[in-house]
Design a protein around this ligand. Structure first.
Ligand code: UDP
Length: 325
C-alpha cells in the first residue's frame, strides 16, 4: 500500500482518482491550490494547499509524505478559454508541469501519470484516432498538452523519469455512488450544461454551430466515464513502474456522439424538455474526435465499465440533482 501525490485532487477527474486509489488501499495526498478545485471533494486522504508553480512547497510536501508516484491533474481545461488566453494555458500546463518535474527530481520521486488530452491530435484525418496519428493541435490547450508530453520525454532522458500521459477524450459522468462529480465554475462542458437546461437553471442549451461536416452538422465527441478514467490512472502507474518508459494512451469509449445526440439522450434520461438554441461555432473546436483506445485496453488492461453514453448521463444527472436541488 502506497502514498501517491495527486495534484489537482480537489478537481473533477483528480477526486475520482483519489477514490479509486483509496479503494485499492492506497493513500492519496491531494496537492491543490483550491483556486478551481473544491475542498469538499477531498475525501480520501489529506489535503495540502499549494500552487503548482511553487517548487519549494511541492518539494516540502513530497519530503514529508514520501509518495512513490505522482498523478498530475492540476490543469486548466477549457478549450475556449485557451483560445482567449494562450499564455495562461502555456504557463499553467507547460510551466506547471516543468515545476512539478523539477520538484520530483529534487525529492527523488520518479513515477508520473499525467492528464493529457485528445486535443493534441487537432483535427485528425481519421476517426477513431489512434496514438500513431500525427499530433497537430489546433488550439492552445492542445498545443500546451503536447508540449507537456514532450517535456516529460526530455525528463525521461535527463532524469530517468518514468511517465505515462493519458489522453482523455471527453470526460463525463460522476461517481456512481454520488460522492464526487463535475463541479466547474463557470461550467462550459456540454453534458452539465444540457443538465442545467433540463433543470431550468438555464433557459436553453446553445448548440455551438450546426454547419460542421458531420451527419447532423454538430460536433461529434467521444464521452468517457470519469470513473473509468480514474481506474486507468492506477493501471498507468503500474505500467510506468514496470516499464520505466514514457508512453501515451488514448482513453475514450471508441464511439462518437453529436451534440444533438447528447441532447436527445439527456431528454430521454431526465424526462425533461430541454430547449435548444442555435449558436455560432466555438473557436478551436475540431468537428470530430473519437478515440481508438485499443492500446490502453491491450497494454494497460483497461476495461471501461460505465462509458456507454446513457450511464454517463445518468450518473451526471444524479450528481446534478444532488448539487442543485
Ligand atoms: N458544446 C455546445 N454547447 C455548449 C457546450 C458545448 O454545443 O453549451 C459543444 C462544444 O462546442 C463541443 C462539444 O459540445 O463541440 C463538447 O464540448 P465540451 O466543452 O463538453 O468538451 P470539449 O470537446 O471542448 O473538450
Amino acid at each position: 500500500m502506497a502514498t501517491v501525490l495527486i495534484t489537482g485532487g480537489a478537481g473533477y477527474v483528480g477526486s475520482h482518482a483519489c477514490k479509486a486509489l483509496a479503494r485499492a488501499g492506497h493513500t492519496p495526498v491531494v496537492y491543490d491550490s483550491l483556486i478551481r478545485g473544491h475542498r469538499e471533494l477531498v475525501k480520501w486522504g489529506p489535503l495540502e494547499i499549494g500552487d503548482i508553480h511553487d517548487r519549494a512547497r511541492l518539494i516540502e510536501v513530497m519530503n514529508r509524505h514520501h509518495p512513490v508516484a505522482v498523478m498530475h491533474f492540476a490543469s486548466f481545461i477549457f478549450v475556449g478559454e485557451s483560445v482567449e488566453k494562450p499564455d495562461l494555458y502555456e504557463e499553467n500546463i507547460v510551466g506547471g508541469t516543468r515545476t512539478l518535474v523539477e520538484a520530483m527530481a529534487a525529492a527523488g520521486v520518479d513515477n508520473l501519470v499525467v492528464s493529457s488530452s485528445a486535443a493534441v491530435y487537432g483535427n485528425p484525418a481519421r476517426a477513431p484516432v489512434s496514438e500513431d496519428e500525427p499530433c497537430r493541435p489546433v488550439n492552445p490547450y492542445g498545443v500546451s498538452k503536447l508540449k507537456m508530453e514532450q517535456l516529460l520525454a526530455a525528463a525521461q532522458k535527463s532524469h530517468g523519469l518514468a511517465w505515462v500521459a493519458l489522453r482523455y477524450f471527453n470526460a463525463a459522468g460522476a461517481d456512481p455512488d454520488g460522492e464526487t462529480g463535475e463541479w466547474h465554475d463557470p461550467e462550459t462542458h456540454l453534458i452539465p450544461r444540457v443538465l442545467d437546461a433540463a433543470l431550468g437553471r438555464d433557459a436553453a442549451i446553445t448548440i455551438n454551430g450546426n454547419d460542421y461536416p458531420t451527419p447532423d452538422g454538430t460536433c461529434v465527441r467521444d464521452y468517457v466515464h470519469v470513473s473509468d478514467l480514474a481506474d486507468a490512472h492506477l493501471l498507468a502507474w503500474r505500467h510506468a513502474v514496470g516499464n520505466r518508459e514514457g508512453a501515451a494512451f488514448n482513453l475514450g469509449s471508441s464511439r462518437g456522439f453529436s451534440v444533438r445526440e447528447v441532447v436527445d439522450a439527456a431528454r430521454k434520461i431526465t424526462g425533461r424538455s430541454i430547449p435548444v438554441v442555435l449558436g455560432v461555432r466555438r473557436d478551436g473546436d475540431p468537428p470530430v474526435l473519437v478515440a481508438d483506445s485499443a492500446r490502453a485496453r491491450s497494454i494497460l488492461g483497461w476495461a471501461p465499465q460505465r462509458s456507454d453514453l446513457a450511464s454517463q448521463i445518468e450518473d451526471a444527472w444524479a450528481w446534478h440533482l444532488k448539487m442543485h436541488k
